[in-house]
Design a protein around this ligand. Sequence first.
Ligand code: ADP
Ligand code: MG
Length: 336
Amino acid sequence: MPPQIRRLAETTVNRIAAGEVIERPAAAVKELVENALDAGAKRIEVILAGGGIERIEIIDDGCGIAAEQLALAIERHATSKLADEALVRITTLGFRGEALPSIGAAAKLTLISRPAEQDSAYRINVSGGAVSEVAPAPGVTGTRAIVEDLFYATPARRKFLRSPRAEAAERTVWRLALAAPHVAFRLVSGERVLFDLPAQTEAARVSALFGRETAASLLPLEAEREDVQLTGLIGPASLSRATMGLQSFVVNGRPVQDPMLRLSLRLAYRDVMQAGRHAVAALRLTLPEEALDVNVHPAKTELRFADANGIRSLVIGAITRTLERPVSLALAPAAA
Ligand code: ADP
Ligand code: MG
């Protein structure tokens, strides 16, 4: 007799999904900050303890979640964002409706939220998949998400993360802050305020997060090819680094770590930079959503471009031209 096939319990399904969506504390931080950005927040505060394993708290002043929708928000495949069920034109950072249920399956998640038009805030707790009643709670307009004891409900995963490196979660916020300079960002990790930035221009944000001195020698870059726009700031070849730490790619507002873009950057500097050194660059691409597939990986950090070759030559061409004829438009200190 073949083995019986049966449906898995919802909590088990969510735990399995949690393993894909929330690989590390940094992934939970990313999902929650993306939710805040999608909610139209003007200010986002992130407070981490124990590298995010012990506690992640994200406070935003966005649109909030209505009391009667809180229970739905933490249900699997429930989203307010996917107007386009064909997945062709995705304009929000989230769309899968998986982050909150996944976090709630792996950790203790509290959401406290209040839309501006609601008299008070309401809260809901999910712990290892068990959901509490929705109850009134003190709170201002916006949403506060608190994640405690990440992976306590999935001990196999927790074991791998016994000594979490706070850096990964911090870097994630750093990348998101670069992608959204128009939003004020504050990051606290283990009691240390890592940054506290007002809404600012892109150049000022790059300066704040790359360091003023580095930013002062960056060269502005701008290029266009059909309906793709490329803008950004790149370092001269003399400004090389031992790591890729000062490289940022933003595609349609999403911070990405795309291998093709990284490679394009490396190729553009190949002839002017020593092997093993890495360029400094903050690049932003804007293209029609339908020329892009963001639905490649649950964590959404990789993309598929319809015209990858075109993008690669746009990036390489623009960098090469900028390095050959640097416009001496270095950021004035006043930009910071
Ligand atoms: P997704 O972001 O893919 O829609 P999530 O599980 O991350 O899925 O969130 C589910 C829903 O909860 C969102 O679609 C949104 O309506 C609501 N939500 C989550 N976080 C926030 C927030 N910070 N502010 C307002 N609404 C939120
Ligand atoms: Mg989301």
